[in-house]
Ligand binder design. Structure first.
Ligand code: NAD
Ligand code: UDX
Length: 481
């Protein structure tokens, strides 16, 4: 029986390994983590992450050939294939702070693998890492353990949160990079055989190590670039009377462009896009390519611009001040169908509104009060990134923020509503009732273009939708930058 151990039981390690265990009943899969509460949750009825379809997969395999454990060293020692799926956040201090990937967790995992291994292993980079990380990892592994053979593979993960199980069941492709040596090719074949249980051969792409590592960063940069491109267009649409949904449809029907990932929004969030583009920017700078670095950096700058533009629109529409006004924040997660708030645009929008002394009432069915308050008080790293230069907000201590468990409660007596996550629930609210319970004039700022703006206008709302023709009210207010 092939034994797989995955270090890191997070958003990637947990679902990915659960699906491998489901599809490969003859393989034993153990997911290990140093965080005991996380492992306990994986072993309980309440999994640590919210992901549609995940419970069913885990329930079917857990205890059969899928296990979660804190006994990291034991399971690594026993495994034939070790996936490393630890977090690789942006460095907050020291060389490359604010851009480079922090590989502390990766390095400590690699050192541990080297220390405890007594047999040959395939070590798989599942985490997103800078190009050439495999070389550094190889050095750590081979330096510490003579006589044991380690083959390093890069197998970046392309799942998106909220659709992780569907993405894993039916991936566009699985990418495996390895050394172009007989040993490297044999290792590729071993991992390919695992995925071949359910992924068609033509969708398993095999490359050299550096192409696989770089492709992951490139894919996220291209995806984020599409959003910044359409968001940049949304500003021009508002200025000219064009409708960004019509523009997206018109350009997306060109088969060379394609229809996906063209939804204008308050900005992209999530743990990957910003982090991976910053990482790419840093790698370009380190390789003496400042023009390339600046090109990709602009994707993040436009994203910051979009979040700031949204805040400015809210404030300028409401007579240029939101001081002391109650604003309902509907949705805090970075997208629907996840409880993840990492880099959610809601953080910067809320901080911006708090900076103008608004009182926020925040509702998200999948995000805890503790998480929201933590996000709004957390300090960010300093770099030339305007959204992150705002001081951390003292709001949570002086009751400027309340977190509630019902959308109608958030809305009650509010002057305005900001929709920041596209949860289906917000499409279905009884907006007549909402209107009656709000201060007048009642504003809706739809950061995800989920409501029927015309219907809301008929009720009496003043509605702002990203990239759509503006109400006369909004047109008359000072221009926003
Ligand atoms: P996460 O923070 O949810 O999980 C990482 C886990 O690794 C944590 O539970 C942490 O306790 C554990 N860990 C850290 N160091 C460890 C060690 N030395 N030993 C054992 N456990 C350790 O992160 P994530 O979202 O799952 O992301 C993991 C990697 O996958 C990152 O590199 C990320 O960029 C990449 N990725 C993420 C996504 C996504 O949608 N979240 C998608 C594709 C790729
Ligand atoms: C992303 C990549 O899609 C995935 O392949 C990679 O493995 C991890 O990073 P994720 O961050 O989970 O996945 O979600 P994604 O669906 O890409 O959305 C990212 C952000 O972009 C969200 O805030 C989403 O709301 C926003 N978005 C997405 C838009 O604003 N408009 C769009 O058209 C699509």
């Amino acid at each position: 029986m092939v034994k797989i151990c995955c270090i890191g039981a997070g958003y990637v390690g947990g679902p990915t390994m659960a699906v491998i265990a489901l599809k490969c009943p003859e393989i034993e899969v153990v997911v290990v983590d140093i965080a005991a509460p996380r492992i306990n949750a994986w072993n309980s009825k309440h999994l640590p992450i919210y992901e549609p379809g995940l419970d069913d997969v885990v329930n079917e395999c857990r205890g059969r050939n899928l296990f979660f454990s804190t006994d990291v060293e034991k399971h690594v020692a026993e495994a034939d294939i070790v996936f490393v799926s630890v977090n690789t956040p942006t460095k907050t201090q020291g060389l490359g702070a604010g851009k480079a990937a922090d590989l502390t967790y990766w390095e400590s995992a690699a050192r541990m693998i080297a220390d405890v291994s007594k047999s040959d292993k395939i070590v798989v980079e599942k985490s997103t890492v800078p190009v050439k990380t495999a070389e550094a990892i190889e050095r750590i592994l081979t330096h510490n353990r003579k006589g044991i053979n380690f083959d390093i593979l890069s197998n970046p993960e392309f799942l998106a949160e909220g659709t992780a199980i569907a993405d894993l069941f039916n991936p566009d492709r699985v990418l495996i990079g390895g050394r172009e040596t007989p040993g490297g090719q044999k290792a590729i074949k071993t991992l390919k055989d695992v995925y071949a249980h359910w992924v068609p051969d033509e969708r398993i792409l095999c490359t050299n190590l550096w192409s696989a590592e770089l492709s992951k960063l490139a894919a996220n940069a291209f995806l984020a670039q599409r959003i910044s491109s359409v968001n940049a267009m949304s500003a021009l649409c508002e200025a000219t009377g064009a409708d960004v949904s019509q523009v997206s449809h018109a350009i997306g029907t060109d088969s060379r462009i394609g229809p996906k990932f063209l939804n204008a929004s308050v900005g992209f969030g999530g743990s990957c896009f910003q982090k991976d583009i910053l990482n790419l920017v840093y790698i370009c700078e380190c390789n003496g390519l400042p023009e390339v670095a600046n090109y990709w950096k602009q994707v993040i700058k436009v994203n910051d611009y979009q979040k700031n533009r949204f805040v400015n629109r809210v404030v300028s529409s409401m007579f240029n001040t939101v001081s002391g006004k109650k604003i309902a924040i509907l949705g805090f997660a970075f997208k629907k169908d996840t409880g993840d708030t990492r880099e959610t645009p809601a953080i910067d929008v809320c901080k911006g509104l708090l900076g103008d002394k608004a009182n926020l009432s925040i509702y998200d069915s999948q995000v805890t009060e503790e998480q929201i308050l933590k996000d709004l008080t957390m300090k960010k790293f300093d770099w030339d990134h305007p959204a992150h230069l705002q001081p951390s907000s003292p709001a949570t201590s002086n009751k400027q923020v309340s977190v509630v468990s019902d959308a109608y409660e958030a809305i009650k007596d509010a002057h305005g509503i900001c929709i920041l996550t596209e949860w289906d629930e917000f499409k279905k609210l009884d907006y007549q009732k909402v209107y009656e319970n709000m201060q007048k004039p009642a504003f809706v700022f739809d950061g995800r273009n989920v409501v029927d703006a015309n219907k809301l206008r008929e009720i009496g709302f003043i509605v702002y939708s990203i990239g759509k023709p503006l109400d006369s009210w909004l047109k008359d207010m000072p221009a926003v930058a």
